[in-house]
Design a protein around this ligand. Sequence first.
Ligand code: ZN
Ligand code: ZN
Length: 331
Amino acid sequence: MSNLLIYTKKGIYCEIADVYIDPWKKVSKAFITHGHSDHARPGSSQYICVNESKNIIKYRLKTQNVSSIAYGEEIYVNGVKFSFHPAGHIIGSAQIRVEYKDEIWVVSGDYKTENDQFSGNFESIPCHTFITESTFGLPIFNWKPQDKVLSEINNWWSTNKSNDKISCLTAYSLGKAQRLISGLDSSIGKIFTHSTIENTNKVIRDSGIFLQKTELLTPETTKKALKGSILLASSSLIDSEWQKKYGETEIATASGWMNVKKTSRWGGVDTGFVLSDHADWSGLLEAIKATKAEKIYVTHGYSDSFSRYLRSIGYDAEILETEYSGENIED
Ligand SMILES: [Zn+2]
Ligand SMILES: [Zn+2]
């Protein structure tokens, strides 16, 4: 079998089509799985992504050189067939399928197998070679269903409100923030956002995607307006001055890492909710099995131990050293 995709210093490369997938260096033609900064980097001449990601890529990379296609649509470059399929990771995230002379590869980018009703439903794509992430590729990572976590978050907000406290939930500006907004119960109170999150919300709403009402936090926002509300922000925003100005605030974060760190205070937060935009251990294994792939390449995360585990259960698996990061710094 030929190497339809190869690893180069600039990124994962299809030589026949002269196309890179999520390159970390400047290239002429870049196919992008999603808008996080470790996958979508500035400086390339031409970007191609799915329609839902187009405005996000334009906004974050400050470029107009972005064209987009629909999920499932096929495009040919020098005879190589490319198509983008839902990855379930964040809004506009895609797995990229590459086919040439009966050989099929899938680059999954980042993915999540649970359908969160907002980020698109992960699609299993049969292929010969599957490139998987392994951000949470350890058996200790097992997520509760999203509905349970969201009701924990809404209960937390509601309790804070009855104690006259402001709730502050820290979240990545692209992906996690919008997923949380979609799951918050606005009958409890108002949803305020910090500007980095609100700017991203605007880009997403301008793409025709529905996101429930949020209000931008400004210097004019009053203590009274914030009472009983929830604020989505970066944690650095909440300091001692904040408490003086607005009153007592409970801070929480929602991340897959809370699975291991929730017993101790983490990054100055009071509460940790285990909610990840990546597949957990069983999600990764199910996704890999469903591809029926003969060859598995494992990238960012626990690639060493995860690829070793895959070999131990009979897969031909090896590490692919990319420059993608994980959930901790992808924003
Ligand atoms: Zn990502
Ligand atoms: Zn990533």
